[in-house]
Design a protein around this ligand. Structure first.
Ligand code: HEM
Length: 229
């Protein structure tokens, strides 16, 4: 954990790393690609929203570019999956969150749950996103007129279009929830932009992560700095 001043004591304001630079860069590239891909996709799907295709220049450009931004979105998502999959495996301890989900929704999560790096809601969303992203990739390749669609029969293309639309809908809905939660939990967007959260934030929202993973590293850092004095 690198910081400018040497850490000699742990306080609630001590900064800790939540997301390293590669994860943050992948996440924001993913966000840009998500919006360009999703909005052009909506333009193709709903005639009333055809005007959205102009965000990529012209409808023809949007048609050509949509699969490529989709591919970049998939690759940047994959980087996040490799970075965080271990932290998203549900464990017995998550049952506390589930049993008290009513209190969680009232904003009392810190009183009833003992979350690791991610809470159960984030974990379930993570696996839903994986399912949606892989379905979008496979069906999208089948539907890609420029390169692949002529290899498939009409019934296969119809099924691919149906699954592509359904998983796009699931992804879009999931991301709306994800964005709402990101704005709701103060400090988490800064964590994804600047990389750090405070000890106070970690203790409140993800106490198990703080106790098991962060605190031992902080204590080592404090000890090393005191010995170096
Ligand atoms: C403007 C839109 C978005 C905002 C404001 C946002 C915000 C955030 C924030 C603040 C975190 C960190 C949460 C934490 O530290 O607990 C996060 C994590 C993450 N975000 Fe986003 N996000 C957005 C869009 C997206 C999109 C479009 C995707 C995928 C398609 C995505 C996938 C993820 C994933 C996979 C994580 C890691 C969470 C985990 O491993 O469970 N985000 N996001």
């Amino acid at each position: 954990m690198s910081r400018q001043e040497k850490l000699t004591e742990i306080t609630n304001d001590t900064r800790i790393i939540r997301h390293k630079t590669p994860a943050r860069l992948s996440h924001w590239l993913l966000v840009i690609c998500f919006f360009t891909t999703a909005l052009s996709g909506v333009a193709f799907f709903f005639p009333d929203f055809a005007w959205l295709a102009t965000i990529l220049g012209t409808p023809a450009i949007a048609r050509a570019v949509h699969p490529f931004t989709g591919l970049v979105m998939f690759v940047s998502f994959l980087i996040l999956v490799f970075t965080y999959w271990r932290h998203n495996i549900p464990e017995k301890n998550d049952l506390r969150w589930l049993k008290n989900v009513g209190e969680v929704l009232k904003g009392n999560e810190h009183e009833v749950a003992y979350n690791g790096k991610y809470n159960l809601g984030q974990k379930l969303l993570f696996w839903t996103l994986i399912l949606a992203m892989f379905t979008l990739l496979f069906t999208g390749l089948i539907m890609w007129r420029q390169y692949f669609s002529h290899h498939f029969s009409i019934p296969v293309l119809r099924i691919a279009i149906l699954l592509h639309s359904a998983s796009a809908f699931a992804l879009f809905t999931g991301i709306m929830v994800h964005m709402y939660m990101a704005f709701w939990v103060k400090g988490s967007i800064r964590g994804m932009i600047e990389g750090w959260v405070s000890v106070r934030w970690a203790k409140k929202h993800h106490p198990k992560w703080y106790r098991d993973e962060v605190l031992p590293k902080l204590e080592k850092e404090v000890e090393a700095n005191r010995n170096a004095k």
